[in-house]
Design a protein around this ligand. Structure first.
Ligand code: ADP
Ligand code: MG
Length: 333
């Protein structure tokens, strides 16, 4: 493990960080200088990944790098903003150049796919922790806010739910009630773990939903909790059908419907978009999602009556064992 100094590490990062035309000054000065696009407002979001909390010690540096940026791009996607720049704050137990190089492999791979420039950051000694801030742009008045759900809106979800939670259950080796581990082929297992380590931020989908969706949120803490935030902010309620939850073939192999509902509703780490749109817009929503090769399904409807009801196929209401992950929760079960 080559031990180097803070400035060597920053030099390694600077040499590999790609620029954009609108970056007037990147890594190296007291602050970065960027030129915002004409007639756009900026969306800014920060998310931190702490070792032992958001990723386990066994997670590869490249996966940590990818995920640290992915969770931030997911937040911009949920606002309908186009990502442009980011900063990276690294807290490292020691100046481990190999770890930083591998971290950059994952981080900069995802940054390049979305033309995001890393323009600055901070590098300090401390417990392993990665904090990223992303900045994106969007037209005034077109942000997809949480408080905009309307009575009668369809509730949509992109991609599929529950894979990352299943991947976590597999990796942590926790006995999982009802899980068909033995039936799970290695490709399906790898796919579930990949969804945990390398989430796909739905950036193109978020952009395509501007002008179509009303409210939007990214599903990071579990659908129940995140849709709950939309309902609370909008002063609305909702009814969803568990039979409509988008489920990957790998998750279908992993667990029967009743066993996977907790993963799909309260598992977290999905980084799909959950959004609402008027039923009259359904065809346009489908076309917009198709144009960016993203699946989307309707799972329920917004109502004026507060509360979130999840209906089982037999019509009975279902209650999740826990609503979703919360830091500082008194008694996490
Ligand atoms: P200062 O002491 O002025 O805050 P630093 O020594 O912290 O400067 O950082 C020097 C330059 O390197 C700055 O431009 C800063 O944005 C950049 N930088 C530091 N750490 C990182 C990092 N982890 N990723 C990207 N840029 C970084
Ligand atoms: Mg600094």
């Amino acid at each position: 493990m080559p031990a180097v100094g803070e400035f060597d590490l920053i030099g390694r990062i600077r040499r590999r960080a790609a620029l954009r035309e609108d970056v007037l000054l990147g890594i190296g000065d007291d602050a970065a200088l960027v030129r915002p696009p004409v007639d756009r407002i900026l969306a800014i979001s920060t998310d931190t990944l702490n070792s032992g909390v958001h990723f386990s010690h066994g997670t590869t540096a490249a996966d940590v790098g990818w995920k640290a940026l992915a969770v931030n791009l997911s937040d911009l996607a949920a606002m309908g903003a186009e990502p442009a720049w980011c900063t990276l704050s690294l807290s490292l137990p020691q100046a481990d150049a190999d770890w930083v190089d591998a971290f950059l492999d994952g981080f900069l791979d995802l940054a390049a796919r979305h033309q995001v420039a890393l323009v600055g950051g901070d590098t300090t000694r401390g417990p392993l922790s990665v904090s990223v801030t992303v900045v994106g742009a969007l037209p005034f008045g077109q942000a997809l806010q949480r408080d905009a759900a309307q009575d009668g809106d369809d509730i949509w979800v992109t991609g599929s739910l529950g894979d990352a939670a299943a991947g976590l259950a597999l990796l942590s080796g926790h006995a999982f009630d009802g899980a068909a581990h033995s039936k799970l082929d290695s490709a399906a297992r790898a796919q579930l773990e990949q969804r945990l380590h390398r989430p796909t931020p739905r950036v193109a989908a978020g952009l395509s939903l501007r002008g179509l969706a009303n409210a939007c949120i990214d599903v990071s803490d579990g659908l129940f909790a995140d849709l709950g935030h939309v309902l609370e902010a909008s002063g609305k309620g909702a009814c969803i059908a568990l039979s409509e939850l988008p489920t990957s073939p790998a998750l279908q192999q992993f667990a029967a419907p009743e066993q996977r509902w907790p993963l799909q509703l309260a598992g977290g780490d999905d980084y799909e978009l959950c959004f609402t749109a008027a039923p009259a817009k359904a065809d346009a929503v489908l076309a917009a999602l198709q144009a960016c090769e993203t699946n989307g399904v309707r799972i329920g409807r917004i109502s004026a009556t507060p509360g979130l009801i999840a209906l089982q196929p037999d019509g009975r209401a279902w209650t999740p064992p826990r609503p979703g992950y919360q830091h500082f929760e008194e008694s996490a079960t």
